[in-house]
Design a protein. Structure first.
Length: 730
């Protein structure tokens, strides 16, 4: 926009209409009634926590916009609360504060008069003095008041200190009405609680308030922020020299190195971190590793608990081969191969065991067989998976109820703890965990801690897939330790051998180029490669496939999933989602958040575990309803409606296209994969393999052969820092 400054003035008026507001940064276009003039004034700028009908005092400049004419560009503003009893009564009775109608507003003002706002703000318990206001009603009023006014206060506080307001909504959602107090008096708390924004925001505020660059709290906050960042990248620990160097890069080289050493020792003493020295025999030297305490305890806890289970005699399961064949055949109509029968009989002798293999090698068949066998010998089997989608799929294929590991362990979001633990273990004989490659260090620790030492733990997964989103590489480390008996399934069964998807997946796993031509000259196949070298052509082709050709065979929005390695770029999730939304959802109206406009009928994904809503990272749903007046977006997750307030919309993103990482643990009828050379930072063999194995009936690769070759030839997986394998084998 081309603005030309005219002069600086202050406007006072009534907010008549909000024409547009971005829910991420609260950039607003609004119409204000000033004085007795008939013409409304257009104002633009960041205004959070305002509603139509409020009186405002605006400070800013008149500007001339090329298209829209004269506008008032806001630099700062204040909501002018009425001072008279009549004004207060009108304000509260207007509906601005949910929970207070006209009658209740009259009662409140009659009781507290000109002190009404001060009472609601600072002595909310006194609201119960009013007849008709109990604890529940009082809580609703106070929550609505704080929700309305805290957003504006936090935004103003950040703007006054020159801090980006991008993360304001995250701060408000996390701290609620306590946000402003935290920002004023304990800013470095953000570094621990909101890693993606915390330290940068906190540091800017603290330094402007005069905090020294060498302040111990500043250095400790930076170290914790870095450790959380390393955890976010999948590492369980970080080498001390790396951590110190990264700390210098952020806080400045002028800080004395001894200050960082003291900060590390203080954090170690307060048990926020653990510093562990390890002797590297091959190099005859000592390395120093730094852990967040919970990750250190989790890694040690996994190793210790598994060792305890392994130290006990193997389960005494008495069933011969003929009984196994009979039970599996009669219950499941499955005939086990000689190799499968051998695996079954050997697995039944183990206390902790891993079954791993690619698609079509019979992992699911074996899980079904074990369920039948354990039922025959009256052993209680519990099935678990790391995600809701994986648990649902496990239930479908076994015909037995499966739960997410969080539900199985009775996670309580209020105290961030698990109801099932070492002092209240699970009641079971056998625990089978599917998609075990997705289980991270923390979750595996809580699982093994809750298992009776006399139970059997069976981990089933494909180690060639991408590792867990959370820290660690648990299944790989357990196998690599060579302490736990592992069964590698390699034989592809007859039906699977006929599937081009499975044949090509195994080719990719072995580093071989997949078969890109339909040599059988069939009219229809399960696997296609459509060559487009230009990213914009890739996007056009995918849009056409999803809106026309594939949609004829797979009409439901849940059946087709587009996958891509990256978020940015022409063929990244952000752009592809917007393009696919245009062709697949013709609804005109919606609500904006984080660069997306959500509309009724949109396919959306939940981005982080929310135990209060019972929705988890990677869950996909459909936008069911949008109530703009109430600021509520309702999403349908498999028949269950979940509501999101405006400030919670950062937990959602469009899901017409998702990253390959987010697709783990899921299967879709049809998968379309974007693959361009622009994706080169993430092009690797296990990513391509993971993407292809998500498709059940159709896989279409759209992109360049060069990008395909780049992924195929890159078999270097990102090294995750973890000591689990070493701890198990010690």
């Amino acid at each position: 926009m081309d603005y030309t400054e005219v002069r600086m003035i202050t406007l006072k008026g009534s907010l008549k209409r909000i024409t547009y507001q971005n829910n991420d940064n609260f950039y607003t276009v609004a119409r204000i009634e000033v004085g007795k003039t008939n013409d409304l004034v257009t104002v633009v700028g960041q205004m959070a926590g305002v509603v139509e009908g409020e009186a405002l005092e605006l400070n800013g400049n008149w500007v001339a916009h090329q298209k829209y004419g004269d506008q008032f560009k806001i630099e700062s503003f204040n909501v002018v609360l009425p001072a008279t009893t009549a004004g207060i009564k009108a304000y509260l009775g207007s509906g601005i504060i949910k929970g207070i109608g006209k009658d209740l507003a009259s009662k409140i003002v009659k009781q507290f008069k000109e002190k009404t706002f001060d009472i609601i703000e600072n002595e909310p318990l006194r609201l119960k003095e009013i007849n008709g206001i109990g604890k529940a009603k009082s809580d609703i009023i106070v929550k609505a008041w704080n929700k309305h006014h805290s957003v504006r206060r936090v935004m103003q506080f950040l703007q006054d200190r020159g801090v980006s307001v991008v993360h304001a909504s995250s701060i408000i959602v996390y701290y609620g009405s306590d946000a402003l107090r935290i920002l004023r008096h304990e800013p470095y708390t953000l570094a621990r609680d909101i890693p993606e924004a915390g330290f940068r925001v906190a540091d800017t505020i603290a330094l402007k308030e005069g905090v020294s660059k060498e302040d111990p709290e500043r250095i400790k906050a930076c170290l914790i922020y870095l450790l959380l960042s390393f955890e976010n990248d999948g590492h369980v620990f970080v080498f001390k020299e790396t951590l110190v160097e990264k700390c210098f890069q952020i806080i400045g080289r002028s800080v004395d190195s001894e200050k960082i050493e003291h900060a590390l020792l203080d954090l170690n003493k307060s048990k926020e971190i653990v510093i562990e020295e390890k002797v590297v025999e091959a190099k005859d030297e000592t390395s120093v590793s730094v852990y967040l305490t919970r990750l250190y305890m989790a890694e040690k806890g996994i190793a210790l608990r598994i060792k305890v289970m392994l130290s006990l005699p193997a389960a005494n399961i008495t069933i011969d081969d003929d009984e196994i064949i009979e039970e599996v055949g009669s219950r499941l109509a499955i005939e086990l191969s000689s190799d499968q029968l051998e695996v079954v009989t050997q697995v039944l002798k183990q206390r902790v065991v891993v079954i791993t293999g690619g698609p079509g090698t019979g992992k699911t068949t074996l899980v079904r067989a074990f369920c039948a066998i354990f039922k025959k010998i009256k052993q209680k089997v519990v099935l678990g998976a790391p995600t809701g989608r994986a648990a649902r799929r496990l239930s479908e294929v076994t015909g037995q109820k499966a739960k997410t590991l969080h539900k199985l362990l009775e996670y309580d979001p209020d105290d961030n703890g698990f109801g099932r633990n070492h002092s209240n273990p699970l009641t079971l004989d056998v625990c089978i965990v599917d998609e075990a490659s997705m289980v991270d260090t923390m979750l595996m620790y809580h699982l093994v801690a809750a298992l009776p030492a006399t139970s059997v733990l069976m981990l089933v997964g494909d180690t060639f897939q991408l590792p867990s989103v959370g820290p660690g590489n648990v299944l790989f480390d357990i196998i690599n330790s060579e302490v736990i008996k592992t069964f590698y399934l390699t034989e592809i069964f007859r039906q699977a051998k006929e599937s081009p998807i499975i044949i090509n997946a195994h080719a990719i796993r072995n580093g071989e180029m997949p078969e890109l031509e339909n040599k059988n000259n069939q009219d229809l196949s399960e696997f296609y490669f459509i060559e487009n070298n230009a990213p914009e052509r890739v996007v056009e082709t995918i849009s056409l496939l999803c809106s026309k050709r594939i949609k004829l065979a797979f009409p439901h929005i849940d059946e087709i999933q587009v996958l891509t390695p990256m978020h940015k770029g022409e063929a990244g999730t952000i752009n592809l989602n917007q393009k696919l939304q245009q062709v697949l959802n013709k609804n005109q109206r919606g609500i904006e958040s984080h660069g997306f406009i959500f509309k009724v009928g949109d396919k959306v994904m939940h981005l982080k575990n929310n135990y209060e809503k019972d929705v988890f990272n990677g869950d996909i749903g459909i936008v069911y309803e949008i109530d703009k007046a109430e600021g509520i977006v309702s999403v349908d997750y498999y028949g269950r409606i979940v509501e999101y307030e405006i400030l919670e919309l950062d937990q959602l993103t469009l899901a017409y296209t998702i990253s390959v990482h987010k697709s783990q643990g899921s299967e879709y009828s049809a998968v379309v994969i974007a693959l361009t050379t622009n994706h080169f930072p993430l092009l690797q063999r296990n990513l391509l393999y993971t993407a292809i194995t998500r498709g059940k009936r159709l896989v279409i690769l759209v992109g360049s052969k060069k990008a395909l070759a780049m992924a195929l030839n890159n078999n270097k997986t990102d090294l995750r820092l973890s000591s689990l394998a070493t701890r198990l084998s010690e």
